[in-house]
Design a protein around this ligand. Structure first.
Ligand code: CTP
Ligand code: ZN
Length: 156
């Protein structure tokens, strides 16, 4: 048995996305971000608080037959800056996406301000500027703090 075999906790996937080096504790938030609650039938593996080379412990999420949208990657970059995204095709890692803190995030968070134009009847795509103190709604300037992001995800 090689070291790699011994360390492998969730099996390799054939096609899809491995979101690795997640800040421990973020796996369920990442599933929420991706709108995954099991009802859609996706094949998903989750590791929580698993040992890591570079972090003390990490979470890991493997989603088969799915790639992430840029908006999803942008929110991921805010909630788990050390995450790495691996695109898998035919069991091989064909691309490693390093993530960068975005300037704005669009379409994946709802504004907590009930009077905001984005929470009205007309569908308006939400947009938040990413600042040090949190995310600021482009339309009403409401601030969503980083610790509150996951409770404002628009699950699709
Ligand atoms: N992985 C997977 N299924 C595959 C290929 C890779 O689930 N078919 C997972 C690996 O288990 C690992 C991640 O995708 O968690 C990245 O794979 P790889 O680049 O081979 O591993 P490392 O070199 O250890 O990655 P890093 O440098 O990002 O730590
Ligand atoms: Zn707003």
């Amino acid at each position: 048995m090689t070291d790699t075999d011994r360390e492998l906790r969730v099996s390799k996937i054939r096609n899809g996305t491995v979101i690795d080096h997640l800040t421990a504790g973020q796996a369920l938030n990442v599933l929420a971000l991706l709108g995954i609650d099991g009802s859609g039938g996706e094949t998903v593996s989750v590791g929580m608080n698993v040992p890591s080379d570079t972090l003390a412990t990490k979470d890991i999420v493997k989603v088969e037959d799915r790639e992430l949208s840029q908006s999803e990657v942008d929110v991921l970059a805010v909630i788990s800056p050390e995450a790495t995204i691996n695109i898998i095709r035919d069991y091989e890692v064909i691309e490693k996406q390093r993530i960068e803190r975005p300037e704005s995030v669009e379409g994946v968070l709802s504004c907590p301000n009930r009077n905001c134009i984005t929470t009205g009847d007309e569908p308006i795509r939400t947009r938040f500027a990413v600042l040090e103190e949190g995310l600021r709604c482009h339309y009403c300037d409401e601030i969503v703090r980083e610790s509150e992001i996951t409770s404002h995800l628009t699950v699709t």
